[in-house]
Design a protein around this ligand. Sequence first.
Ligand SMILES: Cc1cc2nc3c(=O)[nH]c(=O)nc-3n(C[C@H](O)[C@H](O)[C@H](O)COP(=O)(O)OP(=O)(O)OC[C@H]3O[C@@H](n4cnc5c(N)ncnc54)[C@H](O)[C@@H]3O)c2cc1C
Length: 440
Amino acid sequence: MKRIYEPAAYRTPEKCWWRDSAPPRDLTQLDTDLQTDVAIIGGGFTGLNAALGLAEAGTGSVVLDAAHPGWGASGRNGGFCCLGGAKASHAAITRAFGRDQAARWQQAQRAAVDHVAAMLGAHDMDVDRHSEGETFLAHSPRAMKAVNEAAALASAHHGVTPHVFGAEALPQLGLAGKFHGGVTVPIGFALNPGKYHAGLLDAALRAGVRCFAGTAATAITRVGQTWRVTTAQGTVTAGRILLATNGYSSEDVPPWLRARYLPVQSSIIVTRPITREEQERQGWTSVQMCYDTRALLHYFRLMPDGRFLFGMRGGLAATPASEKALARKIRSSFHRLFPEWQGIGITHEWSGLLCLMRRLTPFAGPVPDMPGVYAALGYHGNGVAMASYCGTRIADQLLGRPAQGPFPQFLTAPPRRFPLGRFRRALLAPAYAGAALMDG
Ligand SMILES: Cc1cc2nc3c(=O)[nH]c(=O)nc-3n(C[C@H](O)[C@H](O)[C@H](O)COP(=O)(O)OP(=O)(O)OC[C@H]3O[C@@H](n4cnc5c(N)ncnc54)[C@H](O)[C@@H]3O)c2cc1C
Protein backbone atom coordinates (compact mmCIF):
# COMPACT_ATOMS: atom_id res chain seq x y z
CA MET A 1 0.00 0.00 0.00
CA LYS A 2 1.46 3.35 -1.02
CA ARG A 3 0.42 5.93 1.53
CA ILE A 4 1.37 9.57 1.68
CA TYR A 5 2.33 10.19 5.33
CA GLU A 6 5.39 9.07 7.26
CA PRO A 7 5.09 5.51 8.67
CA ALA A 8 4.41 6.88 12.18
CA ALA A 9 0.99 8.13 11.01
CA TYR A 10 0.02 4.49 10.44
CA ARG A 11 1.13 2.99 13.73
CA THR A 12 -1.27 1.82 16.42
CA PRO A 13 -1.78 4.50 19.08
CA GLU A 14 -0.30 3.44 22.41
CA LYS A 15 -2.33 5.66 24.68
CA CYS A 16 -5.80 5.93 23.21
CA TRP A 17 -8.56 6.11 25.83
CA TRP A 18 -11.05 4.27 23.63
CA ARG A 19 -8.69 1.33 23.25
CA ASP A 20 -8.38 1.15 27.05
CA SER A 21 -12.10 1.50 27.69
CA ALA A 22 -13.21 -0.83 24.86
CA PRO A 23 -10.27 -3.10 23.92
CA PRO A 24 -10.41 -4.25 20.31
CA ARG A 25 -11.71 -7.74 19.68
CA ASP A 26 -9.30 -10.48 18.61
CA LEU A 27 -9.99 -11.39 15.00
CA THR A 28 -7.97 -13.69 12.81
CA GLN A 29 -6.17 -12.95 9.58
CA LEU A 30 -7.67 -14.23 6.32
CA ASP A 31 -5.64 -17.32 5.33
CA THR A 32 -7.82 -18.94 2.70
CA ASP A 33 -9.77 -18.15 -0.47
CA LEU A 34 -13.35 -16.99 0.09
CA GLN A 35 -16.33 -16.11 -2.07
CA THR A 36 -18.97 -13.61 -1.05
CA ASP A 37 -21.50 -11.15 -2.46
CA VAL A 38 -19.66 -7.99 -1.35
CA ALA A 39 -16.03 -7.59 -0.24
CA ILE A 40 -15.65 -4.59 2.06
CA ILE A 41 -12.18 -3.08 2.43
CA GLY A 42 -11.93 -1.17 5.72
CA GLY A 43 -13.69 -2.07 8.97
CA GLY A 44 -14.56 1.35 10.40
CA PHE A 45 -17.99 2.94 10.74
CA THR A 46 -18.45 3.06 6.95
CA GLY A 47 -17.55 -0.57 6.34
CA LEU A 48 -19.49 -2.03 9.28
CA ASN A 49 -22.65 0.00 8.70
CA ALA A 50 -22.56 -1.11 5.06
CA ALA A 51 -22.08 -4.74 6.12
CA LEU A 52 -25.05 -4.50 8.51
CA GLY A 53 -27.24 -2.88 5.84
CA LEU A 54 -26.34 -5.67 3.43
CA ALA A 55 -26.94 -8.38 6.03
CA GLU A 56 -30.41 -7.01 6.78
CA ALA A 57 -31.24 -7.48 3.11
CA GLY A 58 -29.85 -11.04 3.14
CA THR A 59 -26.67 -10.15 1.24
CA GLY A 60 -23.39 -11.61 2.48
CA SER A 61 -20.18 -9.67 2.94
CA VAL A 62 -16.60 -10.11 4.08
CA VAL A 63 -14.86 -7.22 5.86
CA LEU A 64 -11.09 -6.96 5.54
CA ASP A 65 -9.01 -4.61 7.64
CA ALA A 66 -5.29 -4.06 7.22
CA ALA A 67 -4.88 -3.60 11.01
CA HIS A 68 -8.15 -4.48 12.74
CA PRO A 69 -11.69 -3.18 12.41
CA GLY A 70 -11.85 0.07 14.38
CA TRP A 71 -8.12 0.70 14.14
CA GLY A 72 -8.58 3.77 11.90
CA ALA A 73 -10.35 7.04 12.64
CA SER A 74 -13.43 5.16 13.88
CA GLY A 75 -11.45 4.04 16.91
CA ARG A 76 -9.67 7.37 17.47
CA ASN A 77 -12.22 10.15 17.09
CA GLY A 78 -13.72 12.58 19.59
CA GLY A 79 -17.08 10.79 19.74
CA PHE A 80 -19.11 13.81 18.62
CA CYS A 81 -22.13 12.33 16.87
CA CYS A 82 -23.38 15.47 15.21
CA LEU A 83 -24.45 17.30 12.07
CA GLY A 84 -21.71 17.75 9.46
CA GLY A 85 -19.63 15.80 6.99
CA ALA A 86 -18.68 18.50 4.48
CA LYS A 87 -16.17 21.31 4.73
CA ALA A 88 -18.06 23.28 2.07
CA SER A 89 -20.54 25.72 3.62
CA HIS A 90 -24.29 25.52 3.05
CA ALA A 91 -24.01 28.57 0.78
CA ALA A 92 -21.23 26.98 -1.27
CA ILE A 93 -23.21 23.73 -1.64
CA THR A 94 -26.27 25.73 -2.71
CA ARG A 95 -24.20 27.58 -5.32
CA ALA A 96 -22.59 24.41 -6.62
CA PHE A 97 -25.53 21.99 -6.61
CA GLY A 98 -28.71 24.04 -6.20
CA ARG A 99 -31.14 24.77 -3.40
CA ASP A 100 -32.90 21.37 -3.42
CA GLN A 101 -29.68 19.41 -3.20
CA ALA A 102 -28.43 21.64 -0.41
CA ALA A 103 -31.70 21.09 1.49
CA ARG A 104 -31.36 17.34 0.90
CA TRP A 105 -27.84 17.48 2.31
CA GLN A 106 -29.16 19.11 5.47
CA GLN A 107 -31.77 16.35 5.77
CA ALA A 108 -29.07 13.71 5.29
CA GLN A 109 -27.04 15.18 8.17
CA ARG A 110 -30.02 14.99 10.49
CA ALA A 111 -30.84 11.47 9.26
CA ALA A 112 -27.23 10.47 9.96
CA VAL A 113 -27.50 11.44 13.65
CA ASP A 114 -30.88 9.67 13.89
CA HIS A 115 -29.37 6.62 12.20
CA VAL A 116 -26.68 6.26 14.87
CA ALA A 117 -29.26 6.71 17.64
CA ALA A 118 -31.38 4.00 16.00
CA MET A 119 -28.37 1.65 15.73
CA LEU A 120 -27.60 2.12 19.43
CA GLY A 121 -31.20 1.19 20.26
CA ALA A 122 -31.53 -1.66 17.78
CA HIS A 123 -28.34 -3.36 18.95
CA ASP A 124 -28.69 -2.42 22.61
CA MET A 125 -25.33 -0.66 22.82
CA ASP A 126 -24.14 1.07 25.96
CA VAL A 127 -21.81 3.80 24.70
CA ASP A 128 -21.58 6.27 27.62
CA ARG A 129 -23.91 8.61 25.75
CA HIS A 130 -24.21 12.19 26.99
CA SER A 131 -24.80 15.80 25.84
CA GLU A 132 -28.08 17.30 24.66
CA GLY A 133 -27.11 18.40 21.18
CA GLU A 134 -23.87 20.27 20.57
CA THR A 135 -22.61 23.66 21.66
CA PHE A 136 -20.67 26.01 19.41
CA LEU A 137 -18.66 28.64 21.33
CA ALA A 138 -17.41 32.01 20.03
CA HIS A 139 -13.66 32.44 20.49
CA SER A 140 -13.88 36.20 19.85
CA PRO A 141 -16.67 38.80 20.07
CA ARG A 142 -16.74 38.97 16.25
CA ALA A 143 -17.26 35.22 16.04
CA MET A 144 -20.78 35.64 17.48
CA LYS A 145 -21.76 36.32 13.86
CA ALA A 146 -20.85 32.71 12.97
CA VAL A 147 -22.73 31.52 16.05
CA ASN A 148 -25.90 33.37 14.98
CA GLU A 149 -25.58 32.04 11.45
CA ALA A 150 -25.28 28.47 12.75
CA ALA A 151 -28.42 29.03 14.85
CA ALA A 152 -30.35 30.40 11.86
CA LEU A 153 -29.28 27.49 9.62
CA ALA A 154 -30.32 24.91 12.21
CA SER A 155 -33.72 26.45 12.79
CA ALA A 156 -34.38 26.90 9.06
CA HIS A 157 -33.50 23.33 8.11
CA HIS A 158 -34.19 21.23 11.15
CA GLY A 159 -37.14 22.96 12.74
CA VAL A 160 -35.40 23.18 16.11
CA THR A 161 -35.01 26.16 18.42
CA PRO A 162 -31.30 26.67 19.08
CA HIS A 163 -30.39 28.33 22.36
CA VAL A 164 -28.17 31.35 21.68
CA PHE A 165 -26.46 32.88 24.72
CA GLY A 166 -23.97 35.62 25.51
CA ALA A 167 -20.79 35.56 27.59
CA GLU A 168 -22.71 36.46 30.78
CA ALA A 169 -24.66 33.16 30.63
CA LEU A 170 -21.58 30.91 30.43
CA PRO A 171 -21.01 30.43 34.19
CA GLN A 172 -24.66 29.44 34.77
CA LEU A 173 -24.38 26.90 31.98
CA GLY A 174 -21.25 25.40 33.56
CA LEU A 175 -19.25 26.53 30.51
CA ALA A 176 -17.17 29.31 32.04
CA GLY A 177 -14.01 29.91 30.05
CA LYS A 178 -12.47 32.24 27.55
CA PHE A 179 -15.50 32.37 25.29
CA HIS A 180 -17.78 35.18 24.21
CA GLY A 181 -21.08 33.35 23.98
CA GLY A 182 -22.38 30.50 21.88
CA VAL A 183 -25.28 28.41 20.70
CA THR A 184 -26.59 24.99 21.60
CA VAL A 185 -28.23 23.20 18.69
CA PRO A 186 -30.37 20.42 20.16
CA ILE A 187 -29.32 17.75 17.66
CA GLY A 188 -26.66 15.13 18.32
CA PHE A 189 -24.96 13.56 21.30
CA ALA A 190 -21.55 12.36 22.43
CA LEU A 191 -20.53 8.72 22.70
CA ASN A 192 -17.55 6.50 23.34
CA PRO A 193 -16.59 5.63 19.75
CA GLY A 194 -14.70 2.52 20.84
CA LYS A 195 -17.87 1.15 22.43
CA TYR A 196 -20.00 2.17 19.44
CA HIS A 197 -17.60 0.45 17.07
CA ALA A 198 -17.45 -2.67 19.26
CA GLY A 199 -21.27 -2.77 19.26
CA LEU A 200 -21.34 -2.55 15.47
CA LEU A 201 -18.72 -5.26 15.14
CA ASP A 202 -20.60 -7.60 17.48
CA ALA A 203 -23.82 -6.96 15.56
CA ALA A 204 -22.07 -7.62 12.25
CA LEU A 205 -20.55 -10.88 13.50
CA ARG A 206 -23.93 -11.97 14.88
CA ALA A 207 -25.46 -11.21 11.49
CA GLY A 208 -22.97 -13.59 9.85
CA VAL A 209 -20.55 -11.02 8.43
CA ARG A 210 -17.04 -12.49 8.24
CA CYS A 211 -14.49 -9.95 9.53
CA PHE A 212 -10.72 -10.27 9.33
CA ALA A 213 -7.87 -8.34 10.94
CA GLY A 214 -4.25 -8.01 9.77
CA THR A 215 -5.54 -8.47 6.24
CA ALA A 216 -4.53 -5.69 3.89
CA ALA A 217 -6.06 -5.72 0.44
CA THR A 218 -3.05 -5.34 -1.85
CA ALA A 219 -4.74 -5.57 -5.24
CA ILE A 220 -8.20 -5.62 -6.80
CA THR A 221 -8.43 -7.42 -10.13
CA ARG A 222 -11.24 -8.23 -12.52
CA VAL A 223 -11.76 -11.95 -13.06
CA GLY A 224 -14.59 -12.58 -15.55
CA GLN A 225 -17.72 -10.98 -14.13
CA THR A 226 -16.33 -10.81 -10.58
CA TRP A 227 -13.62 -9.04 -8.61
CA ARG A 228 -10.77 -10.65 -6.75
CA VAL A 229 -9.24 -8.96 -3.72
CA THR A 230 -5.72 -10.17 -3.03
CA THR A 231 -4.28 -10.26 0.47
CA ALA A 232 -1.04 -11.77 1.86
CA GLN A 233 -2.51 -15.20 2.63
CA GLY A 234 -5.83 -15.44 0.85
CA THR A 235 -8.21 -13.95 -1.65
CA VAL A 236 -11.82 -12.83 -1.64
CA THR A 237 -13.85 -13.19 -4.81
CA ALA A 238 -16.97 -11.04 -4.89
CA GLY A 239 -19.47 -9.59 -7.34
CA ARG A 240 -19.19 -6.17 -5.73
CA ILE A 241 -16.61 -4.28 -3.71
CA LEU A 242 -16.81 -1.41 -1.26
CA LEU A 243 -13.78 0.78 -0.57
CA ALA A 244 -14.22 2.10 2.98
CA THR A 245 -10.69 3.20 3.77
CA ASN A 246 -11.20 6.97 4.24
CA GLY A 247 -8.06 8.77 5.56
CA TYR A 248 -6.14 5.47 5.65
CA SER A 249 -6.60 4.93 1.92
CA SER A 250 -3.61 4.26 -0.30
CA GLU A 251 -2.61 5.54 -3.71
CA ASP A 252 -2.68 2.10 -5.30
CA VAL A 253 -5.53 0.02 -3.83
CA PRO A 254 -7.03 0.63 -6.26
CA PRO A 255 -4.99 3.09 -8.40
CA TRP A 256 -8.22 5.01 -9.07
CA LEU A 257 -7.95 6.44 -5.53
CA ARG A 258 -4.61 8.13 -6.26
CA ALA A 259 -4.74 11.80 -5.16
CA ARG A 260 -8.55 11.78 -4.80
CA TYR A 261 -8.44 12.00 -0.98
CA LEU A 262 -6.35 14.10 1.38
CA PRO A 263 -5.64 12.65 4.83
CA VAL A 264 -5.34 15.25 7.60
CA GLN A 265 -4.12 14.71 11.13
CA SER A 266 -6.20 15.45 14.20
CA SER A 267 -5.02 14.94 17.78
CA ILE A 268 -6.69 14.37 21.11
CA ILE A 269 -5.66 14.46 24.76
CA VAL A 270 -7.68 13.00 27.64
CA THR A 271 -7.11 13.88 31.30
CA ARG A 272 -7.51 11.81 34.41
CA PRO A 273 -10.99 12.14 35.97
CA ILE A 274 -11.41 15.74 37.16
CA THR A 275 -13.11 15.98 40.55
CA ARG A 276 -16.28 18.04 40.99
CA GLU A 277 -14.32 20.54 43.06
CA GLU A 278 -11.70 20.93 40.32
CA GLN A 279 -14.45 21.33 37.75
CA GLU A 280 -16.06 24.06 39.82
CA ARG A 281 -12.75 25.86 40.22
CA GLN A 282 -12.59 26.17 36.44
CA GLY A 283 -16.33 26.85 36.20
CA TRP A 284 -16.71 24.00 33.74
CA THR A 285 -19.18 21.41 34.99
CA SER A 286 -21.30 20.82 31.90
CA VAL A 287 -21.17 17.57 29.92
CA GLN A 288 -22.19 19.33 26.71
CA MET A 289 -19.97 18.47 23.75
CA CYS A 290 -18.47 21.73 22.52
CA TYR A 291 -16.37 23.10 19.73
CA ASP A 292 -15.21 26.62 19.05
CA THR A 293 -15.40 29.04 16.15
CA ARG A 294 -11.69 28.91 15.29
CA ALA A 295 -10.91 27.98 11.69
CA LEU A 296 -8.54 25.41 13.21
CA LEU A 297 -11.16 24.36 15.65
CA HIS A 298 -10.82 22.93 19.14
CA TYR A 299 -13.36 20.32 20.26
CA PHE A 300 -13.84 19.29 23.85
CA ARG A 301 -16.13 17.62 26.33
CA LEU A 302 -16.29 16.53 29.92
CA MET A 303 -17.10 12.84 29.85
CA PRO A 304 -19.46 11.08 32.26
CA ASP A 305 -16.55 9.74 34.36
CA GLY A 306 -15.05 13.23 34.78
CA ARG A 307 -12.26 12.84 32.24
CA PHE A 308 -11.89 15.80 29.89
CA LEU A 309 -11.28 15.27 26.16
CA PHE A 310 -9.66 18.06 24.18
CA GLY A 311 -8.89 17.79 20.46
CA MET A 312 -7.58 19.91 17.65
CA ARG A 313 -6.43 19.70 14.05
CA GLY A 314 -3.21 20.99 12.65
CA GLY A 315 -0.29 18.51 12.46
CA LEU A 316 1.35 18.55 9.04
CA ALA A 317 3.68 15.59 9.39
CA ALA A 318 4.19 12.50 11.51
CA THR A 319 7.90 13.06 12.19
CA PRO A 320 9.21 12.99 15.81
CA ALA A 321 9.85 16.76 15.67
CA SER A 322 6.38 17.65 14.45
CA GLU A 323 4.75 15.21 16.88
CA LYS A 324 6.61 16.93 19.73
CA ALA A 325 5.56 20.36 18.47
CA LEU A 326 1.95 19.20 18.23
CA ALA A 327 2.05 17.75 21.76
CA ARG A 328 3.24 21.15 23.03
CA LYS A 329 0.64 23.02 20.99
CA ILE A 330 -2.34 20.95 22.11
CA ARG A 331 -1.29 21.34 25.77
CA SER A 332 -0.79 25.08 25.45
CA SER A 333 -4.20 25.49 23.75
CA PHE A 334 -5.86 23.36 26.44
CA HIS A 335 -4.19 25.27 29.27
CA ARG A 336 -4.93 28.65 27.70
CA LEU A 337 -8.65 27.85 27.54
CA PHE A 338 -8.78 25.99 30.87
CA PRO A 339 -6.07 27.62 33.01
CA GLU A 340 -7.30 26.10 36.29
CA TRP A 341 -6.54 22.64 34.94
CA GLN A 342 -2.84 23.20 34.21
CA GLY A 343 -1.85 20.68 36.88
CA ILE A 344 -4.36 17.99 35.90
CA GLY A 345 -2.59 14.91 34.54
CA ILE A 346 -3.02 13.97 30.89
CA THR A 347 -3.28 10.19 30.77
CA HIS A 348 -4.00 9.59 27.09
CA GLU A 349 -2.90 11.20 23.88
CA TRP A 350 -3.19 10.09 20.27
CA SER A 351 -3.61 11.22 16.67
CA GLY A 352 -5.47 9.94 13.66
CA LEU A 353 -6.18 10.70 10.03
CA LEU A 354 -9.41 12.15 8.80
CA CYS A 355 -10.12 12.73 5.13
CA LEU A 356 -10.75 15.78 2.94
CA MET A 357 -12.00 15.73 -0.64
CA ARG A 358 -11.27 18.28 -3.31
CA ARG A 359 -14.94 19.39 -3.55
CA LEU A 360 -15.07 19.54 0.25
CA THR A 361 -18.07 17.18 0.26
CA PRO A 362 -18.11 13.40 0.89
CA PHE A 363 -18.24 10.80 -1.86
CA ALA A 364 -20.49 7.74 -1.65
CA GLY A 365 -21.04 6.17 -5.04
CA PRO A 366 -19.84 3.95 -7.86
CA VAL A 367 -16.20 4.05 -8.97
CA PRO A 368 -16.05 4.94 -12.68
CA ASP A 369 -14.81 2.20 -15.05
CA MET A 370 -14.86 -0.44 -12.31
CA PRO A 371 -18.34 -2.01 -12.60
CA GLY A 372 -19.57 -3.19 -9.20
CA VAL A 373 -16.93 -1.25 -7.23
CA TYR A 374 -18.17 1.47 -4.87
CA ALA A 375 -16.44 3.82 -2.44
CA ALA A 376 -17.57 5.95 0.50
CA LEU A 377 -15.18 8.40 2.09
CA GLY A 378 -14.32 12.01 2.85
CA TYR A 379 -16.34 13.13 5.87
CA HIS A 380 -14.07 16.07 6.70
CA GLY A 381 -13.59 15.10 10.32
CA ASN A 382 -17.32 14.62 10.92
CA GLY A 383 -17.85 10.95 10.29
CA VAL A 384 -19.27 9.43 13.47
CA ALA A 385 -22.74 10.10 12.11
CA MET A 386 -21.97 10.69 8.41
CA ALA A 387 -19.65 7.68 7.83
CA SER A 388 -22.24 5.50 9.56
CA TYR A 389 -24.98 6.94 7.37
CA CYS A 390 -22.99 6.78 4.12
CA GLY A 391 -22.19 3.15 4.95
CA THR A 392 -25.91 2.44 5.09
CA ARG A 393 -26.70 4.45 1.97
CA ILE A 394 -23.87 2.84 0.00
CA ALA A 395 -25.39 -0.52 1.00
CA ASP A 396 -28.53 0.65 -0.86
CA GLN A 397 -26.42 1.24 -3.95
CA LEU A 398 -24.65 -2.10 -3.61
CA LEU A 399 -28.09 -3.71 -3.40
CA GLY A 400 -29.26 -1.81 -6.50
CA ARG A 401 -32.16 -0.16 -4.67
CA PRO A 402 -33.10 3.51 -4.24
CA ALA A 403 -31.73 5.31 -1.20
CA GLN A 404 -33.85 4.43 1.84
CA GLY A 405 -33.28 7.87 3.39
CA PRO A 406 -32.41 11.43 2.32
CA PHE A 407 -29.37 11.31 0.07
CA PRO A 408 -28.36 14.18 -2.25
CA GLN A 409 -27.28 13.05 -5.68
CA PHE A 410 -24.12 15.15 -5.65
CA LEU A 411 -22.54 12.73 -3.17
CA THR A 412 -22.24 10.22 -6.02
CA ALA A 413 -20.27 12.56 -8.33
CA PRO A 414 -16.79 11.02 -8.73
CA PRO A 415 -14.20 12.94 -6.71
CA ARG A 416 -11.62 15.00 -8.59
CA ARG A 417 -7.90 14.62 -8.00
CA PHE A 418 -6.01 17.12 -5.83
CA PRO A 419 -3.11 18.94 -7.44
CA LEU A 420 0.48 17.98 -6.45
CA GLY A 421 -0.15 14.21 -6.41
CA ARG A 422 1.52 12.48 -3.49
CA PHE A 423 2.92 15.84 -2.33
CA ARG A 424 -0.59 17.27 -1.91
CA ARG A 425 -0.14 17.53 1.85
CA ALA A 426 1.80 20.69 1.03
CA LEU A 427 -1.56 22.30 0.23
CA LEU A 428 -2.36 22.23 3.94
CA ALA A 429 0.52 24.46 5.05
CA PRO A 430 -0.82 27.73 3.56
CA ALA A 431 -4.38 26.75 4.58
CA TYR A 432 -3.25 26.26 8.20
CA ALA A 433 -1.19 29.45 8.17
CA GLY A 434 -4.21 31.40 6.87
CA ALA A 435 -6.45 29.80 9.48
CA ALA A 436 -3.97 30.64 12.28
CA LEU A 437 -3.96 34.26 11.13
CA MET A 438 -7.76 34.38 11.07
CA ASP A 439 -7.97 32.83 14.52
CA GLY A 440 -5.65 35.49 15.95
C1 LIG B 1 -8.57 12.43 15.94
C2 LIG B 1 -9.88 12.39 15.22
C3 LIG B 1 -11.01 12.95 15.82
C4 LIG B 1 -12.24 12.90 15.18
N1 LIG B 1 -13.35 13.33 15.85
C5 LIG B 1 -14.56 13.18 15.29
C6 LIG B 1 -15.73 13.52 16.02
O1 LIG B 1 -15.67 13.86 17.21
N2 LIG B 1 -16.92 13.42 15.40
C7 LIG B 1 -17.04 12.99 14.12
O2 LIG B 1 -18.15 12.95 13.59
N3 LIG B 1 -15.94 12.60 13.41
C8 LIG B 1 -14.72 12.67 13.97
N4 LIG B 1 -13.62 12.24 13.29
C9 LIG B 1 -13.80 11.64 11.94
C10 LIG B 1 -14.34 10.20 12.00
O3 LIG B 1 -13.63 9.48 12.97
C11 LIG B 1 -14.18 9.55 10.61
O4 LIG B 1 -14.82 10.34 9.65
C12 LIG B 1 -14.79 8.16 10.55
O5 LIG B 1 -14.38 7.36 11.63
C13 LIG B 1 -14.40 7.48 9.25
O6 LIG B 1 -14.79 6.13 9.30
P1 LIG B 1 -14.38 5.15 8.13
O7 LIG B 1 -14.95 3.84 8.45
O8 LIG B 1 -14.77 5.73 6.82
O9 LIG B 1 -12.78 5.12 8.13
P2 LIG B 1 -11.74 4.61 9.24
O10 LIG B 1 -12.38 4.42 10.55
O11 LIG B 1 -10.54 5.46 9.15
O12 LIG B 1 -11.40 3.13 8.74
C14 LIG B 1 -10.64 2.87 7.58
C15 LIG B 1 -10.03 1.48 7.76
O13 LIG B 1 -9.53 1.05 6.50
C16 LIG B 1 -8.48 0.17 6.76
N5 LIG B 1 -7.70 0.03 5.52
C17 LIG B 1 -7.09 1.01 4.81
N6 LIG B 1 -6.52 0.48 3.69
C18 LIG B 1 -6.80 -0.85 3.70
C19 LIG B 1 -6.50 -1.93 2.82
N7 LIG B 1 -5.81 -1.75 1.69
N8 LIG B 1 -6.93 -3.17 3.15
C20 LIG B 1 -7.66 -3.38 4.29
N9 LIG B 1 -7.97 -2.38 5.16
C21 LIG B 1 -7.55 -1.12 4.85
C22 LIG B 1 -7.73 0.81 7.91
O14 LIG B 1 -6.95 -0.13 8.62
C23 LIG B 1 -8.86 1.41 8.74
O15 LIG B 1 -9.20 0.61 9.85
C24 LIG B 1 -12.37 12.30 13.88
C25 LIG B 1 -11.23 11.76 13.26
C26 LIG B 1 -10.00 11.79 13.92
C27 LIG B 1 -8.81 11.19 13.24
